[in-house]
Write a protein that binds this ligand. Structure first.
Ligand SMILES: [Zn+2]
Length: 119
């Protein structure tokens, strides 16, 4: 069993251990375990990390596009509302799954977990 690259596993939403099983059981719901190798995904939790990164990425893309459009064409405000609202929704759906998948794969690769105190 060869471990897939981080990019491959993230883009396809595959198991970070085997690259065959699916990481998600729904659009954003993490599967309980890999269907191919049995890797337990129950310890994986990215919290709000994916949402925070989506806000940064989508915000930068849309703000840049809106500024360029405003300074280039100077359209009325309703054009901005019609252009950017659907784009924000679309990009959020695309990037949320990709970023959540990437964070889960990186969490697995680096064995990230909650901090523990040695006693
Ligand atoms: Zn697997």
């Amino acid at each position: 069993m060869t471990a897939p690259s981080t990019v491959h596993a993230s883009l396809l939403g595959r198991c970070p251990r085997c690259g065959q099983g699916r990481l998600f059981s729904g659009y954003l719901t993490i599967a309980p375990r890999c269907t191919a190798c049995g890797q337990d995904f129950s310890a994986f939790d990215v919290g709000d990390g994916a949402a925070a990164l989506v806000i940064l990425v989508v915000g930068a893309i849309v703000a840049g596009a809106a500024l360029w459009t405003e300074f280039t064409f100077q359209p009325p405000l309703w054009v901005h509302a019609v252009l950017w609202t659907p784009l924000i929704v679309l990009l959020t759906f695309v990037f949320l799954r990709l970023i959540k998948s990437a964070l889960l794969v990186l969490q697995y690769r680096h064995k990230a977990g909650e901090g523990k105190l040695d006693q």
